[in-house]
Design a protein around this ligand. Structure first.
Ligand code: SF4
Length: 175
C-alpha cells in the first residue's frame, strides 16, 4: 500500500518509516527497497550478528533494546541521552544519521531527549550527536525520500560499491 507524502510531515508518515529503513536509505537505496518489499536476508549476515554480540557484551547493566512504536529500536537510554553501540566507526556518517532519527522520533513522542551518543567500544571512543533545527529539517526530508522509495514499483539500481561485499543482499543483487 502506498503512503501519501505531504509537505508537512505527519505523525503517521513518520510512523511509516522504521529505524532500519531510515538506516538503509543512508546505506543503499536499493537495500531499503528490497527490505521494505519483504526481501529480508539480514538475519543471515555475520556482520549484523557480530554487531549484536558487541552490543550485548559491552553494556551488560544498561536497559537495552527499547522499541518505540514498533518502528525504532534504541540500544539504550541513559539520563535522556540516546545511546547507539557500533562495532566500527567506518560508517560513522550513517550512524550519526540513524541517531538523529532516533532523537527526532523520541521528541515526536514528547520525550525530552538532550542528545545522542554513539559508542564504539572496540575503538574506545564516543561521538556526540545533536539534533539542531537544520538537522531536523534534513531528517524530515529523508523521511519523505524513504517513503518515495518504498512507494516505488521497481528497486533502484545495484550500487556497485565496496559496501556490497559486506551486504546480506550481495548474492541477490549480483546473481
Ligand atoms: S548488495 Fe549492494 S546494491 Fe545490493 S542491496 Fe546491498 S549494498 Fe545495495
Amino acid at each position: 500500500m502506498n503512503i501519501a507524502i505531504t509537505d508537512d510531515l505527519t505523525q503517521s508518515q513518520a510512523d511509516a518509516v522504521t529505524g532500519t529503513e531510515f538506516n538503509y536509505y543512508l546505506l543503499c537505496k536499493r537495500k531499503l527497497w528490497l527490505f521494505s518489499h519483504d526481501v529480508d536476508m539480514e538475519h543471515t549476515s555475520d556482520n549484523v550478528l557480530i554487531g549484536k554480540l558487541i552490543d550485548e557484551e559491552s553494556y551488560p547493566r544498561e536497559k537495552k533494546g527499547m522499541i518505540i512504536d514498533d518502528a525504532v529500536k534504541i540500544d539504550f537510554l541513559d539520563d535522556n541521552v540516546v545511546h547507539e553501540v557500533k562495532k566500527s566507526n567506518k560508517m560513522e556518517e550513517v550512524h550519526i544519521g540513524q541517531v538523529l532519527y532516533y532523537i527526532y522520533r523520541l521528541r515526536l513522542k514528547g520525550v525530552d531527549i538532550k542528545k545522542g551518543v554513539i559508542n564504539y567500544p572496540k575503538q574506545k571512543r564516543t561521538t556526540e550527536v545533536i539534533l539542531t533545527p537544520e538537522k531536523e529539517r534534513q531528517i524530515k526530508d529523508i523521511v519523505k525520500k524513504v517513503i518515495e522509495i518504498k512507494n516505488a514499483e521497481r528497486a533502484p539500481d545495484v550500487l556497485h560499491s565496496k559496501i556490497c561485499k559486506k551486504c546480506s543482499y550481495e548474492d541477490f543483487c549480483y546473481s
